[in-house]
Design a protein around this ligand. Structure first.
Ligand SMILES: *Cc1c(COP(=O)(O)O)cnc(C)c1O
Length: 415
């Protein structure tokens, strides 16, 4: 009796309570490559199965780019399908080293180490670099993978209020007795699309002798004038000690991550980081695909420039239509609806009109801050965005939320 009636009942009950709380996540099924337009499996009876995708992390539109696919094929032909080994035994090919060098060059860092994912990079780096004499001081809105990575490290944990530099400074003063202080932040916060104040963070780090860690997963490839990331945008290239990022978003979208930064930190990860030592790294197909992506976006800024134009059009269109959006400049554009059920109903109506966007609510975002998070891509053409905007406006009218304030929407729907 390996899975007893009792165990089954315990888990069924928990799943039931997730459903009752309205927090059960259903997955929509896509049956086409990732792109600005995708084919989905629609509910029985519906005929239209092509939708415009407004919620992928495919910022540069490279997930299904022919040149990337071609390069991946080359990887498959010349370096095989898999490594059947972790890096330090017999899992390192020349192309893994090339990709690490290319990432360092692109990000403007001293060295880079690949991980199976950015989640793994974040879960390995703190434990590898810090010990119990140190402190990690994290922004309160950092990504879940950073929270988990911090849990695995022996260093003391502390936080500062989101992007609150006064509060961060107080915490740095409080921890002057520690061996190493590490300030930890996302570059582009994925739920609100706001950028960390890296210039101010670096200044504080210099003043109080601290290291700076930035997870730039939602920035690498497109934030900053040449798309290098939040450090470029904030004018602090070369001053970030640790950058972690993913290959699973703008940089081709397959999978893989890295820690990039100071030589000694990267070397410590090679010696000690457990997800690096005990898990296979990314497969040759992905390595070649990622190399092609980096070559492409190093040659010119066409794709990130197009993304910027698309973002401007979309933000302006939503605002003029009378939606409440989170102000900012990144291609993450949250349309605020505040009420959880409204966000679900709104997303469903959009879907029925051929627009794929997801309603986010507690616990993914705080209570009373439900929203539809839209994300732009360089793969969007103007006709996609015009059609999507039209649908948003139609649904906005249906629920009578256009040109209403936050207060008015909450009065009608609750928070
Ligand atoms: C997506 C994301 C990750 C996880 O990246 P994977 O490579 O898919 O594991 C980590 N950190 C942040 C900030 C992210 O947005």
């Amino acid at each position: 009796m390996s899975f007893s009636d009792k165990s089954r009942e315990i888990m069924s009950r928990e799943l039931e309570s997730i459903k009752e709380a309205g927090l059960f996540k259903e997955e929509r099924i896509i049956c086409a490559p990732q792109n600005s337009e995708i084919e989905v499996v629609f509910p029985l009876g519906s005929e239209e199965n092509r939708v415009i995708n407004m919620c992928a992390n495919n910022y540069l539109g490279l997930s299904s780019h022919p040149d990337v696919i071609e390069a991946a094929r080359k990887g498959l032909d010349h370096r095989g399908y898999g490594m059947s080994s972790v890096r330090f035994i017999c899992g390192t090919q020349d192309i893994h080293k090339q990709l690490e060098d290319k990432l360092s060059e692109f990000l403007g860092t001293e060295d880079t180490i690949l991980f199976p994912s950015c989640m793994d990079a974040n879960c390995g780096v703190f434990e590898a670099v810090l010990n119990e004499e140190d402190v990690m001081i994290a922004d309160r809105l950092v990504h879940a993978s950073i929270v988990d990575g911090m849990r695995l490290a022996k260093a003391q944990q502390d936080t500062y209020k989101h992007s609150n530099m006064g509060h961060l400074e107080k915490k740095l003063q409080l921890h002057q007795d520690k061996r190493i202080r590490m300030i930890i932040t996302d570059g582009n916060f994925s739920m609100d699309g706001d950028l960390a104040k890296l210039d101010e963070i670096v200044a504080l780090a210099e003043k109080y002798d601290a290291l700076v860690f930035v997870d730039d997963s939602h920035a690498s490839g497109f934030i900053g004038k040449t798309g290098k990331g939040t450090h470029e945008h904030c004018g602090v290239m070369g001053k970030i000690d640790i950058i972690t990022t993913t290959l699973g978003k703008a940089l081709g979208g397959a999978s893989g991550g890295c820690v990039s930064g100071r030589n000694e930190i990267v070397e410590m990860c090679r010696q000690k980081a457990r997800p690096y030592l005990f898990s296979n790294t990314i497969a040759p197909v992905i390595v070649e695909g990622a190399l092609a992506v980096l070559n492409m976006i190093s040659r010119n800024t066409e794709r990130r420039d197009k993304l910027e134009k698309n973002t401007e059009f979309w933000r302006k269109g939503l605002k003029e239509a009378g939606f409440v959006i989170k102000e900012g400049e990144t291609p993450i554009v949250p349309v605020m609806l505040f009420n959880a059920k409204l966000s679900q109903d709104f997303a469903k109506d959009l879907y029925d009109m051929g627009i794929y966007a997801i309603g986010f609510f507690f616990p993914v975002v705080p209570k009373g801050k439900a929203r539809i998070r839209t994300q732009l891509s360089a793969a969007h053409e103007m006709h996609h965005l015009e059609k999507a905007l039209e649908a948003f406006i139609k649904v906005g009218k249906k629920y009578d939320i256009l040109n209403k304030t936050k207060q008015e929407i909450i009065e009608t729907y609750g928070d």
